[in-house]
Design a protein around this ligand. Sequence first.
Ligand SMILES: Cc1cc2nc3c(=O)[nH]c(=O)nc-3n(C[C@H](O)[C@H](O)[C@H](O)COP(=O)(O)OP(=O)(O)OC[C@H]3O[C@@H](n4cnc5c(N)ncnc54)[C@H](O)[C@@H]3O)c2cc1C
Length: 393
Amino acid sequence: MDFRLNDVQRMMADTAERFAKREVIPWMERKGDVREMIRKMGEVGLFGCAFPTRYGGSQAGFVAHSVVCERISKADSSLRAAFNLQAMTVPYTIMEWGTERAREKYVADLVSGKKLGCTCFSEPNTGSDLASIETRIEDKGDHYLINGTKTWISNGTIADYGIVYGTFDRSLKHNGICAVVVETNQRGWQARRIEKLGDRSSPIAEIFLEDVVAPKENLLGEWGGGFKVAMTALDRGRISVSSGAVGVAQACLDVSIQYANQRVQFGQPIGKFQMVKALIAEMVTCVEAARLLVWRAAWLNDQDLPFTREVAIAKYFAGEVAVKCAGYAMEIHGGMGYSLELPVERYYRDSKLYQIGEGTANIMRLIIADDALGYKKANRPRLKVPSQFLDLE
Ligand SMILES: Cc1cc2nc3c(=O)[nH]c(=O)nc-3n(C[C@H](O)[C@H](O)[C@H](O)COP(=O)(O)OP(=O)(O)OC[C@H]3O[C@@H](n4cnc5c(N)ncnc54)[C@H](O)[C@@H]3O)c2cc1C
């Protein structure tokens, strides 16, 4: 067992760290346009770790994807969403399940940040229970026709392409779900921005789909096989989400250490007080444990091994750790934690999402407990393995 990053992973981590300092922090200060930032991130290859070179990737793998995502999320947790949409849940899903034509048309442009993606699972009446999707997808012979409403769609107002999950027959539940790539520059795609607590650099929208059209070649997987597509997309998305949670937790720890060393009360830095030390020790331990869980899940993916259970554990724990560390950072900073002058309040707002998005904490607990109790095995053999997409030497 080797817990060290290899040369490529370390190089990617350093690239992301430098990019965060050089580009992300000044961009946040001037409240720049998110499209511009995603394009820059794509240009320097931050989304391409898990992709073969023919799609503009570096083949550095999922652990590298995780370390890059963590480093960017440490600077701005809401940019973590882009790692899902420009890497895992959109282009990777198209690469894994799409037709050759869809792969050629969409994957490289998303990975390079030239085009923006979004993933459309959630609806006003469908959140955790994906099999209850109401959006209708009809097979019209030479194209698909889509009608329905999606909500909470990250980058929904700015995306060029979306993967829309719908059903052709609700009575079939899981077996009626289909996944289709949709181009958003059509009249039937209308997005309404939703305001929210945190994740301010990732615009969220409700999407109204009225007679939206997609060509037959844009179906992902089989007709009625969209639930399986969704489950693999969510597994991969959970690698980014849990990495992002570690990033924001690390940010909370870093500012807390700095503040505990500089803030003096009762004649000494507050870090000298045992109760403050206890918070720091808890944060250090939790951040490191969360990171190792995320790396384990990403590593399994790099080895072509099933990782649904391990990524659920990682996502659950890292989400809890992000929220805990944000609360502790707030406590260590006293009144300054509550101030808009320091980033602690942003970490506090952003961290909560990690217990909600990409499967809530309860849904992760269900996956973990059902597997442990023998009710439902989480890890099943995969139909497709990451290495089959890689370019050979
Ligand atoms: C900032 C943000 C960005 C998002 N981005 C996207 C996106 O890009 N695309 C997209 O499709 N969706 C997106 N979502 C939606 C997100 O995936 C859902 O909010 C999430 O899956 C939970 O669904 P819900 O909100 O409908 O909650 P519900 O499913 O209604 O759950 C409400 C509560 O009930 C609990 N619960 C539900 N079922 C069970 C059960 N069986 N056992 C125990 N407890 C249960 C949940 O854990 C939760 O605590 C985003 C959400 C947010 C907040």
